[in-house]
Write a protein that binds this ligand. Structure first.
Ligand code: SAM
Ligand code: SF4
Length: 330
């Protein structure tokens, strides 16, 4: 079978697909409050195109897909799309990243489709603070979804963007949540993907600082076996049901085992979160590319995957990292 291999010998098996650039939240670290440019509907990949791209990639060894956005649940017929993907037996894992506001009514359907994991973004456990961060009054729905997903058969991971001076006082509360729940709480280093670029912060809450903060409060911490290509380094407070992890998204110490590619809602193929997109799959498909053409293009492109996120960022030249994460997918 043809495979997706880069010149450093890394095998690509994981696609992150943004199904829309639209979102019902306006998280402060992701988007400006107003004036975010959304693309024309006709510029978005159709679900049919996404299905085809995923099928072709699965024939090249991609066995895991994460649906993200924007907010995936704001796109009409997202559930139908998920169902169609679930029939692709080459996909061993279908996961979703969501802000949680609209997923509540669909949990039973997701369980039936064997969706493996949901990553729920929740940056505060306090109503007012949560609502201020996301600039919407949605705390109660999201908090309920946290409980409903915990009780479901779907594996639950929480994504917490570590915002210096905003929610860093809640890091220990999030870790405490893992005591009685079999969930994975993950702290993500804040990145400059917010529409403006690097934010000036009082203190730098990077991987080391987050870890030392937690380990100075919880005495016995066990290191988990992360598994190859994991995006987080994972731990368990001894005796707890769940785990906590830290994602060095900005310090980029995980690139050596990267197995990921990304496709944005407009079909831009990204070899790395930090590159500015390598080619547009949507245009290639709309010009009549065959499956064989697509496969060749994917194979050739992946070969040039940059060694790490710093190299990818450098290749952007003067175009600094500032696009909103909602246009890339997490
Ligand atoms: N809307 C969905 C959500 O929020 O879960 C999916 C898309 S969102 C872009 C994917 C992930 O990226 C979320 O966990 C979000 O917290 C994270 N994210 C967004 N902007 C970020 C930033 N500037 N730094 C670090 N993580 C960020
Ligand atoms: Fe929307 Fe997710 Fe970005 Fe928040 S992080 S604005 S929920 S895309």
């Amino acid at each position: 079978m043809d495979q997706l291999l880069d010149k450093f010998g890394r095998k690509i098996s994981y696609l992150r697909l943004a199904v829309t650039d639209r979102c019902n939240f306006r998280c402060q670290y992701c988007m400006p409050a107003e004036g975010i440019q959304i693309v024309e509907r006709s510029d978005l990949l159709t679900f049919k195109e996404m299905y085809r791209i995923t099928r072709v990639l699965s024939e090249l060894g991609v066995n895991k897909v994460r649906l993200t956005g924007g907010e995936p649940f704001v796109r009409k017929d997202f559930i139908k799309f998920l169902e169609s993907l679930s029939y692709n037996k080459r996909l061993e894992q279908i996961n979703i990243t969501t802000n949680g506001a609209l997923i509540g009514a669909h949990i039973a359907a997701l369980e039936k489709m064997n969706i493996n994991a949901v990553n729920l973004s929740i940056d505060s456990l306090k109503e007012e603070k949560f609502n201020t961060i996301v600039r919407r009054k949605s705390f109660r729905e999201v908090r309920k979804v946290l409980d409903d997903l915990t009780a479901s058969s779907i594996r639950l991971k929480l994504n917490i963007v570590t915002l210096s001076g905003v929610n860093t006082d809640e890091i220990l509360d999030f870790v405490a949540l893992t005591k009685h729940r079999d969930i994975a709480v993950r702290f993500i280093e804040e990145m400059p993907f917010n529409g403006k670029g690097l934010r000036a912060t009082g203190e730098l809450w990077d991987y080391d600082k987050i870890y030392h903060h937690i380990s100075s409060h919880f005495q016995e911490i066990e290191k988990m076996n992360d598994g190859k290509s994991s995006t987080s380094h994972n731990f368990r407070v001894k005796g707890s049901k769940g785990t906590f992890g830290i994602i060095p998204a900005f310090t980029r110490t995980i690139c050596g085992d990267c197995n990921r590619i990304r496709i944005t809602a407009t079909g831009l193929f990204k070899n790395c979160l930090f590159d500015q997109g390598v080619f547009n799959v949507r245009d290639f498909i709309r010009k009549g590319a065959s499956d064989k053409d697509l496969k060749q293009l994917f194979i050739n492109t992946v070969h040039h995957k940059p060694k790490n996120g710093f190299v990818a960022e450098k290749m952007r030249g003067t175009n600094i990292v500032s696009e909103s994460m909602s246009t890339i997918g997490g």
